[in-house]
Unconditional design. Structure first.
Length: 277
C-alpha cells in the first residue's frame, strides 16, 4: 500500500492506494502516486479533486445545439481557447437560438475578426466548419436526438459530415456525462502510451473502438468514472507540454535501449550456436 495526503483547507486527509507493483489491469502496474503520469498519479488526482471540490466541469453549452457548436468548432489542431472564442462569437449572433441555419451566414460570421481576450483573431477553418456546423444544427432541429446512452447519441451524430468518433464522443460525454464513450485525442493517446494501458501500434483511425474499450477497462481498474478520468488526463497532459515531451523522450530512449539489448543478445546467441553446431 502507498499512503498519500490531500490538504482540504486546514485538514489533511489520507488517501491509501495499492502498492506500486500491483496490477491495475493485467500487465499495467499502479506505479508511484507522484510519478507523472502513472496510473496511481491519475487516481490520486481524481480523488484529490473530489476532496477539494475542484472537479473539471467539461460541459460547454446550455443546449445540445450549443454543445455541438462548442465541440465542433474546437479540436483537430484548433487550440481550445480559440474554439471557445469562435463558439461565443456565433452564440452572440444567435446561431444556436434559431431553427433556420444558413451556411453562408455561418461562413460570414466565422470569417470575421473574433475577439479573444484583448486581441482579435481569425478562425482558420471558417469554410469547412461552417459547412459541418450547418449540417449538424439542421439535423438537431429536424430529428429527436437519442439520450438513452452515450453510444446512442454518438452513433446518431457520426452521420453528420465532419463529425467522427472523437468529436461525437466529446459531445456525448459532455452532454450526457456518458461513461460508455471516450474522447481519444492526442493527450489521451500519449497518456496511454506512457502509462502502458493502450496496446502499442493501435491507431484511432483504424482501432478507435478497440482503444476505447481499453480505456474504459483501465478506468474501471482504477475504480473511477471514464468521463472523469478522461477530463483529468486531458487537463493535466494539456497543461504540462514540456513534462510530457520529456517523458516521451525518456520512453523512446528506454525502448531503443531495450531493442538494442535484445538485438545484441540475439546476435550473441546466434554466434554461439554457430560455434557449437
Amino acid at each position: 500500500m502507498q499512503r498519500c495526503f490531500v490538504w482540504n483547507g486546514s485538514t489533511m486527509i489520507n488517501i491509501d492506494l495499492p502498492h506500486e507493483t500491483e496490477d491495475v489491469i493485467p500487465g499495467v502496474k499502479w506505479g508511484a502516486a507522484f510519478a507523472f503520469p502513472s496510473p496511481a498519479y491519475w487516481k490520486y488526482q481524481i480523488l484529490a479533486r473530489r476532496i477539494q471540490g475542484s472537479q473539471i466541469r467539461y460541459r460547454l453549452g446550455k443546449t445540445l445545439s450549443e454543445e455541438i457548436g462548442a465541440c465542433l468548432l474546437g479540436g483537430h489542431g484548433i487550440p481550445a481557447a480559440i474554439g471557445i472564442a469562435a463558439f461565443e462569437h456565433l452564440k452572440q449572433k444567435g446561431v444556436f437560438d434559431t431553427k433556420s441555419i444558413n451556411e453562408s451566414n455561418l461562413l460570414e460570421w466565422l470569417s470575421e475578426p473574433i475577439q479573444h481576450g484583448k486581441k482579435t483573431i481569425r478562425y482558420r477553418f471558417a469554410k469547412q466548419k461552417a459547412k459541418y456546423l450547418s449540417a449538424a444544427l439542421t439535423k438537431v432541429n429536424r430529428e429527436p436526438a437519442p439520450f438513452d446512452s452515450g453510444k446512442a447519441l454518438r452513433n446518431w451524430l457520426i452521420d453528420v459530415p465532419g463529425i467522427g468518433y472523437k468529436t461525437a464522443s466529446w459531445i456525448a460525454r459532455n452532454w450526457l456525462d456518458a461513461d460508455d464513450v471516450a474522447i481519444l485525442d492526442i493527450h489521451l493517446l500519449r497518456a496511454g502510451q506512457l502509462g502502458g494501458f493502450f496496446t502499442p501500434k493501435l491507431t484511432v483511425e483504424r482501432h478507435y473502438l478497440e482503444l476505447e474499450e481499453q480505456f474504459i477497462a483501465f478506468s474501471y481498474g482504477l475504480n473511477v468514472k471514464p468521463s472523469e478520468l478522461d477530463a483529468v488526463i486531458w487537463y493535466e497532459m494539456m497543461s504540462s507540454p514540456h513534462t510530457v515531451r520529456q517523458a516521451l523522450k525518456n520512453l523512446e530512449a528506454t525502448q531503443t535501449s531495450n531493442t538494442r539489448s535484445r538485438t545484441k543478445q540475439h546476435h550473441s546467441d546466434t554466434h554461439e550456436n554457430l560455434l557449437f553446431s
